[in-house]
Design a protein around this ligand. Structure first.
Ligand code: ZN
Length: 418
């Protein structure tokens, strides 16, 4: 299949049963769509609506990373408790960490979503499973086959042409199976990349290139580089945290202009189709949270005994002990995206990724519990503390992103089969 023309129309012909009503085909789907079964097209349409709704209703969907059962429980429970839409993300690292790979997460996700939606009476469809940073076609294919709702193909480190080719391959495969695809264009430069502040702009996403990229690949959403970055330290000491919202607005508008459904229309038209932009590396990594994380030290007993002996007897080489102690006194640093600027992306960004804040909180709570209960050997005790910390962070993000309470109106019937 060579062509990449889009079908900005409602295809009414492939619907065979009464239940499978004609669906409006989302943008970014090539003409190959006619070979889809109705259920797949319908599944993709629903996910596209899920990703477009925040742009219209002015909230942002939190996309939170999970690595194990406790983190999955924490974020999913927070979503149902606050009635917030949620994207549960699994990174390549998390897939490697789990012995059953992506299948572990699908099984865990489905069970927890089903049980917790029953417990809290929430709309199950408002919680979705997504692959974060799929580095190649194979990873995306595995996750599509395993039952993910959405996958990210991140070929942004390659040339524009290669990025287009790799992304298009993932899009073609995923769309036939009703799975939504996020792609990335531009590089998320961080302080750790040793890029001078001024030259960070060079890695920012170009609006016209972004529109061309979406036209060529047919991807459903796009992660862009507009000032955020991965990790806890996103900005240099002398740098003011910022998101280039002007660029963000321009990227969104340029993409929307090329969408077939928008031809002959004005952005002010009711039927103007909005395109979901994604923001990665948007943790706020607040100082208070990192203070908690740095509050408790883990120092080997051998060393603490030495210090005690030195204090009591006054004997021993104090300087040498201090030197030995130094590595344990190091503190985790942070400079993230302040939450007060989240509101500046409302209506522009559909999905905002947070990982660092969750990581910092789970580690802080586990360290604290261990320090306060030195004789405890029950892993449930500290894991429970870690879980509740992550749930707190998740619920907080849902409030600040204005997504809390927004899951109402999303249909309760699961559209994911199996
Ligand atoms: Zn990312």
């Amino acid at each position: 299949m060579e062509i990449h023309s889009f079908s900005p129309i409602s295809i009414q012909s492939y619907s065979k049963t009464k239940e499978e009503k004609p669906v409006s085909i989302p943008i970014g789907i090539n003409t190959d769509i006619v070979s889809f079964t109705g259920i797949h097209a319908s599944k993709l349409t629903k996910m596209t609506e899920f990703m477009t709704k925040p742009l219209i209703e002015k909230y942002t969907i939190p996309a939170l990373n999970i690595n194990n059962m406790e983190s999955a429980e924490a974020v999913i429970e927070a979503a149902f408790k606050t009635q917030s839409p949620l994207i549960v993300q699994v990174s390549a690292g998390a897939r490697d960490y789990a012995k059953g790979g992506e299948k572990t997460f699908v099984a865990m996700f489905k069970t927890l979503r089903s049980e917790l939606s029953k417990k809290y009476g929430g709309a199950a469809d408002s919680v979705r499973l997504h692959l974060d940073h799929g580095e190649d076609f194979k990873v995306c294919k595995d996750c599509v086959d395993a039952g993910f709702d959405s996958v990210m193909i991140d070929a942004s480190k390659h040339s524009f042409e290669e990025n287009v080719a790799i992304t298009k391959q993932a899009v073609d495969y995923a769309h036939k199976r009703g799975v939504f695809v996020e792609a990335e264009l531009g590089r998320l430069a961080g302080v750790e990349d040793k890029i001078r502040v001024q030259s960070k702009d060079a890695a920012f996403t170009d609006p016209l290139e972004a529109a061309e990229f979406v036209r060529l690949t047919g991807c459903d959403s796009l992660a862009v580089s507009v000032g955020t970055s991965h990790g806890a330290v996103k900005y240099a000491d002398d740098e003011k945290p910022r998101i280039d919202t002007r660029r963000l607005r321009k990227i969104k508008r340029e993409i929307e202009k090329i969408l077939p459904e928008n031809q002959g229309k004005k952005p002010s038209d009711q039927t103007w189709r909005q395109f979901p932009i994604v923001l990665h590396g948007a943790s706020s990594a607040p100082k208070e949270l990192f203070k908690e994380l740095n509050e408790f030290l883990v120092v080997p007993r051998k060393l603490t005994s030495k210090i005690m002996t030195q204090l009591i007897t006054g004997k021993g080489n104090g300087e040498k002990i201090a030197e030995e102690l130094l590595p344990y006194l190091q503190m985790a640093k942070s400079k993230g995206v302040p939450e007060r600027i989240y509101s500046s992306v409302t209506g522009l960004v559909a999905k905002l990724n947070v990982d660092t804040d969750l990581r910092a909180k789970v580690t802080a709570n586990i360290k604290k519990t261990m320090a306060e209960n030195p004789t405890n050997i029950d892993p449930r005790k500290y894991n429970k503390a870690g879980r509740s910390g992550q749930s707190e962070i998740a619920a907080h993000k849902m409030e600040v992103l204005n997504s809390a309470g927004k899951s109402t109106g999303i249909k309760t019937k699961l559209d994911i089969q199996g």
